[in-house]
Write a protein that binds this ligand. Structure first.
Ligand SMILES: CC(C)(COP(=O)(O)OP(=O)(O)OC[C@H]1O[C@@H](n2cnc3c(N)ncnc32)[C@H](O)[C@@H]1OP(=O)(O)O)[C@@H](O)C(=O)NCCC(=O)NCCS
Length: 170
């Protein structure tokens, strides 16, 4: 299995189905444009060689953007030693695994890959937090498994120190 930049000419977004319409529709309808406009970078997990005919099936995907987070949106204990201006972050706007492959560790593997990319990016442009917007409470619990904390006033937005995430996933 390998991670590739999403390319609508090579990767089959139409058959992708995570069971969540928001995730599936976004990949089909908006991922191409969002990348083109530099709003997100989209990465897909694929396996096997390029087919002679047709496109490669997508096993899972995630999308990353730069973001900033108001200090006041964090838990009080996480505000310590932070200045009063917005904190730089990497935002994972999307993460989904095809439903034929769920429950086999691919969600975790994609999160590790996203964290690795975020750490690499932060070596050039600082980012302190890794932030995710969960679709629902189930998705939020998925992230809590990995040590993410919920924003007190927005429980579907979760965050973790980027370094801590990277260390914890090794
Ligand atoms: C959430 C999702 C990405 C998880 O992917 P996956 O490949 O099934 O997850 P993994 O097999 O890697 O599971 C990793 C861990 O998370 C746990 N987990 C998976 N889905 C979970 C959920 N909905 N709630 C709580 N925990 C969950 C697993 O039990 C596993 O824990 P373990 O390591 O202690 O066994 C996948 O179910 C999906 O695409 N769902 C639809 C879209 C979605 O909700 N995306 C979330 C981002 S908003």
């Amino acid at each position: 299995m390998r991670l590739e930049h999403f390319d609508h000419r090579r990767h089959a977004s139409k058959p992708f189905s995570s069971g969540n319409e928001v995730m599936d529709q976004w990949l089909r309808r908006f991922a191409k444009r969002s990348q083109r406009d530099s709003l997100t970078r989209v990465f897909v997990l694929v396996e096997g060689a390029d087919a002679k005919v047709g496109k490669l099936p997508i096993l899972g995907y995630f999308a990353l953007s730069m973001a900033s987070v108001e200090v006041g949106s964090l838990a009080v204990t996480d505000r310590e030693r932070l200045p009063r201006y917005p904190v730089p972050a990497v935002l994972m706007t999307r993460l989904a695994v095809d439903n034929t492959r769920q429950g086999k560790g691919l969600g975790r593997a994609l999160l590790v890959k996203a964290a690795t990319k975020a750490v690499l990016a932060s070596e050039m442009v600082a980012a302190r937090l890794f932030v995710v917007d969960a679709l629902d409470d189930g998705a939020a619990r998925f992230y809590e498994n990995f040590g993410f904390a919920r924003c007190p006033d927005d429980p579907l937005r979760l965050y973790i120190g980027l370094q801590r995430l990277s260390d914890g996933l090794k």
